[in-house]
Write a protein that binds this ligand. Structure first.
Ligand code: SAM
Length: 184
């Protein structure tokens, strides 16, 4: 069985956007307890490297390490596990909620921006990025960076995501690294 309810969200996202390609190299940011990695294995990803602040029971077909994704060594460590640049970076990261909506919103967006930053360091050309964001979608600046760096950017609320929760996911496909260096 799946280790998390969140697994169903990734299944729904992938049914619609086909981001987990057979043989793909996949990075799972905020992987605990391992549901998204399980889905990536099941859908035929080749190599999967994950990280979480919390320890994760081994997922067969994935290597998940304990750590903070903001550790400056993490992009290289995960790429090394994959054996090359990633085809997909997925982030379901969420902070411990404070119950204070504005603070929670800011923290989720901070993690999403950090995940985007991470993604541009590790993605291969043509790669995809998925991240949990907040109601209303990505903040303007993050959205602008994504539109520059990817050929398509969409927001989706998977049916498995509780209606009353304000989470959404951003799906960016067709990474084009040259667009980032254009502007200096
Ligand atoms: N997608 C997962 C699954 O299906 O099993 C569920 C992920 S859970 C909603 C969010 C995770 O993000 C938590 O386990 C949390 O520890 C992790 N997280 C939050 N901040 C992080 C950070 N700075 N570095 C690594 N993981 C982080």
């Amino acid at each position: 069985g799946w280790r998390s309810r969140a697994a169903f969200k990734l299944i729904e996202i992938d049914d619609r956007f086909h981001i987990i390609k057979p043989g793909a190299r996949v990075i799972d940011l905020g992987a605990a307890p391992g549901g998204w990695s399980q889905v990536a294995v099941k859908r035929g990803a080749g190599n999967i490297a994950g990280v979480d602040l919390l320890p994760v029971d081994p997922v067969s077909g994935a290597e998940i390490i304990e750590g903070d994704f903001t550790d400056p060594e993490m992009p290289d460590r995960l790429k090394e596990i994959l054996g090359g640049p990633a085809d997909l970076v997925m982030s379901d990261m969420a902070p411990n909620t404070t119950g204070h909506a504005a603070t929670d919103h800011m923290r989720i967006m901070g993690l999403a921006e950090g995940a985007l930053d991470f993604a541009v360091q590790v993605l291969a050309e043509g790669g995809s990025f998925v991240a949990k964001v907040f109601q209303g979608g990505s903040e303007k600046q993050m959205l602008e960076s994504m539109k520059k760096a990817f050929s398509s950017v969409k927001h989706v609320k998977p049916p498995a995501s509780r209606k009353e929760s304000s989470e959404l996911y951003v799906i960016a496909t067709g990474f084009r690294p040259e667009r980032l260096s254009d502007e200096g």
